[in-house]
Design a protein around this ligand. Structure first.
Ligand code: BLA
Length: 727
């Protein structure tokens, strides 16, 4: 990397080599369909203004240096209530009159994001033409209910595109989803009949730099009114108080990057409205609207777009979690059958590989193989045994993770020769902590064509003059023939593979522990296999004398705990020794299995799930006992997150005190209850379906979504009622 590209280029100075770091938030100018003022100090003196401010607001002279209260109109009076506690995240919207003829404007008031750091960084006021008020009572509720009723991602995306087109009137509306690599795909589209379809097209990640994606996580709705616009500079460019440029991250009027403007011109688009879809705290996709003539949408419509996008995103979280819940259900059935098979046949492998097993359908695979204790078992289309062993060795060489997946083995593992088209991709999960023991699924090659909206390998074009670089000019479909790959492994596939891997690992441990009891002659070998497991386990003989405690269990206990020689010592280790004693007696004296929770007796001791079973050599003849423990710390954190979610969401149902009159408070409550219904449904799916480690984060993001939607709704309804009252 050259030193020139290592420096973050200023706004408008980026070229196609360093646009990843263009300072988009320091645009220093606005689009001319509005005007911007920065006011500071107790007198609210105008310290910065867009060059068009006087003309746009109908003032005889520049507002720079004047107090808001001295400007003609009712601006100062109208925004006074917000000066004490200015909004940071979501701007407040106020309708006001400015200028001699008293023209009406919608003004958006907010603090710049760094306003807290720079002493008196100023308050930003953006002015836009006042628009007609949206009939929220009539439109918003049915739209929210439609989104809530969608039962698949495709239906949801289609409905979202339809609703956005009805609401905004753009020529084309697309729902655009990012994949793991950041490439985008048009999932749903509504368009003017005469336009070429973009549905199904893919666009390379390089079309939207990371720095822009991060900005869109904060500023959720962007409008570019006219690609042919002349930017109005902010004067002076740096604040006379702080000496720094205005952070325009939250500004609706911010000038977009000239590179992107060129891109849209190349595409033939004149105006855009783009709304972020945030799922699980990440930018999942965009709702991208194109118009072929300049187009402006008023604040109220944009705010409604933001609320609807939150609803769509929340519904996406719910639908994605539902897929995971299904996987979990089928894994639980598989586990049951394996445990039964141990009882019946003394082995669990049959249950995994019999014809009715869910092993292949669970992963949409055409073959699967188990590498276990030096043996190989398989079902369906798999490579030859020697190749399977090579795959085991290759997996041993990779960093140890719960799941390894490749959709292009030929490329990812060139050393694995000649696997053939039946195994173009694999997904693998360890079934024990020993090397070489895996469950592996295979998918065959699928030669397919990806349709890109323009050549993805040429995001950039050089004009006749080498300095004349431009984003690509051609957006005609570009077909890429992809060979040597299988259908991609999805997040749901990874979760299913991991769940099955964890389940089989448990079963393997149980199985080995049982064998430890039965095959005393192999004690050394088997006990080292059990001992190696990270999952805590204790094995005792029929009388309760401990035969084995592994490191997994010892690690749970305080350092000074004495070595465990008998199960009778267990109660003293846990917080409720009486209950533990009773369950142990049931196990040792009455051969009753023990399922329950205990907590290690020490400050901050871990909560554990206990699964203890007697092992029989013949009916009524007990060989010994196996006690498996599962650390519940993560699950408890997830439970706490669920409770916090419920409390947080219910808290939100109350409309803010005194801000809204009774009629609008009722409207607020009605709309918010749809938003909350949506969120609670999502929370249900998330708690059922998401793995416990990600659950707190997913719930938190739904909660953040509700909070944000509530805030935007409040601003929107506040704007509508205040505007109606006054004018
Ligand atoms: C931004 N590029 C964007 C945005 C989209 C696209 C949606 C966000 C615009 C917004 O939120 O307002 C791309 N738009 C698309 C695509 C479709 C679409 C793929 O409608 C498909 C139908 N762009 C390039 C290259 C660079 C680049 C090569 O093609 C840089 C080297 C830069 N794109 C770029 C920049 C932005 C951007 C800098 C940020 C614009 C801004 O917010 O200021």
């Amino acid at each position: 990397m050259t030193s020139r590209t290592a420096v973050a280029p200023a706004f408008g100075q980026a070229d196609l080599s360093n646009c990843e770091r263009e300072q988009l938030h320091l645009a220093g100018s606005i689009q001319p369909h509005g005007a911007l003022l920065v006011v500071a100090g107790p007198g609210c003196v105008v310290v910065q203004a867009s060059a068009n401010a006087a003309a746009f607001l109908g003032l005889a002279q520049s507002p720079l240096g004047r107090r808001l209260a001295d400007l003609p109109g009712d601006l100062a009076e109208r925004i006074a209530p917000y000066l004490r506690d200015p909004p940071r995240l979501v701007p407040v919207a106020v309708r006001c009159r400015v200028g001699q003829p008293g023209t009406m404007f919608d003004s958006l008031v907010h603090l710049p994001p760094d306003g807290g750091l720079v002493p008196d960084g100023g308050l930003v006021i953006e002015f836009e033409p006042a628009g007609p008020l949206v009939d929220l009572a009539r439109h918003a509720e049915p739209m929210l209910q439609t989104l809530l009723a969608a039962t698949t991602l495709q239906v949801l995306a289609d409905q979202t595109a339809r609703i956005f087109r009805d609401l905004t009137g753009y020529d084309r509306v697309m729902v655009y989803r990012f994949d793991e690599a950041g490439h985008g795909e048009v999932l749903a589209e509504q368009r003017e009949a005469t336009l070429e379809a973009y549905l199904g097209n893919r666009y390379p990640a390089s079309d939207i730099p990371h720095i822009a994606r991060r900005l869109y996580e904060r500023n959720r709705v962007r409008v570019l009114v006219d690609v042919g616009y002349r930017p109005e500079p902010i004067e002076p460019r740096c604040s006379p108080l702080s000496g720094v440029e205005l952070d325009m991250s939250l500004c609706s009027l911010r000038s977009p990057s000239p590179i992107h403007v060129q891109y849209l011109k190349n595409m033939g688009v004149a105006g855009t409205l783009v709304v972020s879809l945030m799922v699980g705290g990440r930018l999942w996709g965009l709702i991208s609207c194109h118009h072929y003539r300049p187009r402006f949408v008023h604040f109220e419509t944009r705010a409604l777009c933001e609320v609807l996008a939150e609803a769509t995103a929340t519904r996406i979280a719910a639908l994605e979690s539902f897929v995971q819940a299904q996987a979990e259900l089928s894994v639980r059935r598989l586990e049951q059958r394996m445990i039964e098979a141990i009882g019946r046949e003394g082995d669990w492998r049959g249950a995994l590989f019999d014809t009715s097993s869910a092993l292949l359908p669970a992963l949409g695979a055409t073959g699967a193989a188990l590498l276990f204790e030096g043996q190989v078992r398989s079902v369906g289309e798999v490579p030859a045994t020697a190749s399977l062993r090579e795959i085991g060795a290759w997996l041993d060489g990779l960093p140890r993770t719960p799941v390894q997946a490749s959709a292009a083995l030929g490329e990812d593992a060139p050393g694995l020769a000649g696997l053939g088209p039946a195994a173009s991709g694999l997904i693998a999960t360890p079934v024990s902590d020993a090397p070489g023991e895996y469950l592996v699924w295979f998918r065959p090659e699928r030669i397919r064509t990806i349709t890109w909206g323009g050549n993805p390998f040429k995001p950039v074009e050089v004009g006749s003059n080498p300095a004349d670089l431009s984003p690509r000019r051609s957006f005609s479909q570009w077909h890429q023939l992809v060979e040597g790959t299988c259908d991609p492994w999805t997040e749901a596939d990874r979760i299913a593979a991991r769940l099955i891997g964890e389940t089989v690992t448990d079963v393997v441990l149980q199985f080995r522990a049982v064998r430890l009891l039965i095959a005393q002659d192999q004690l050394a070998q088997v006990s080292s296999q059990v001992g190696m497991s990270r999952q805590p386990v204790i094995v005792s003989d029929a009388s309760g004398a401990v035969l084995l405690v592994n490191d997994g269990f010892r690690l749970l206990l305080p350092d000074r705990a004495p070595p465990l020689s008998s199960l009778d010592q267990l109660p003293a280790l846990f917080a409720d020794p009486g209950e533990c004693r009773r369950r142990l007696d049931d196990l040792l004296l009455r051969n009753r299995a023990w399922r329950g929770e205990v907590r290690v007796r020490e400050p901050g001791g871990r909560p554990l799930l206990v699964r203890a079973d007697p092992v029989f050599s013949a009916p009524g003849l007990v060989l010994g006992h196996v006690l498996l423990f599962t650390d519940l710390t993560e699950r408890k954190a997830a439970d706490a997150a669920r409770r916090r979610f419920q409390d947080g969401v219910i808290e939100r149902l109350r409309p803010p005190q005194g801000v809204l009159d009774s009629e609008s408070a009722l409207l607020f409550r009605n709309l918010l209850s749809s938003v909350i219904e949506n969120a609670q449904l999502a929370a249900l799916e998330i708690t059922d379906g998401t793995d416990t480690a990600r659950m707190p984060e997913m719930l938190e993001s739904v909660r953040a979504s509700v909070t944000r939607a509530a805030e935007v709704l409040e601003r929107l309804i506040g704007h509508a009622t205040r505007s109606e009252d006054k004018y």
